[in-house]
Design a protein. Sequence first.
Length: 275
Amino acid sequence: MTEYLDVNRANWDERAPAHAASPDYHVEDFANDPAYLSEVVRFDLPRLGDIAGLRGVHLQCHIGTDTVSLSRLGATMTGLDFSGASLEQARIIAERAKASIPYVQSDVYAARDVLDGEFDLVYTGIGALGWLPDIRRWARTVASLLAPGGRLFIREGHPVLWSLDYYRTDGVLAISEPYFEQAEPQIYDEAGTYVATESEFQHTTTHEWNHGLGEIVTAVLDAGLVVTGLEEHQSVPWDALPGRMHPIGGGENQLIEKPERLPHSYTLQARRLGN
């Protein structure tokens, strides 16, 4: 089960510089405007509330633009990711944004082994859980990182969205990929990436897993956390179904035809009991 780490790390290592150079990540805005926040975190603001003074960790932080944004909201943030090339870009972006953020390279399942102390906030952003084979192990890792009273905050693509046939052009929303977690990964070979770039890539294979919403919530509960919020959204912060979605502002995209048919993304919040 370690092969997926090597395959996926090669994919992310190669894409990290292209992502940092793409206008879609707004690196220049972070460097030039000390108040700039990523569109993902701006969407999250009404649910995040006041995080000033909290000690937070951003798991699977990639190049760290959301990590910087959370830092700008007053949290003392640490970023963790398994891709060394991603963290190299994250450190450059943090320096340009004048943010003091330590970044730690690690597989997310080993986070408890490499991070010191407990955290008031564990944050996980869009497009993270699909790279993990075991959602229960992830939830136990999150619980081990949280201080008493600490909070998990995750916004993620909805598992129904991940299960769709992306290549249909007849307007039908057809489920063709697993909705529930499987022992074996779905293996994809895709040449591009999700941002605007002219870069060409050699490492195009990925190993991915879906996790049903019930599986995710149950894993969080079984890890001893108390769910405090679960909201499904009719938008997602990337063009998930090309040709069938349109931008609606704030970096969000929505199904053009009858968007109420599809849960696009969700926000899940939970707390560890204690004071």
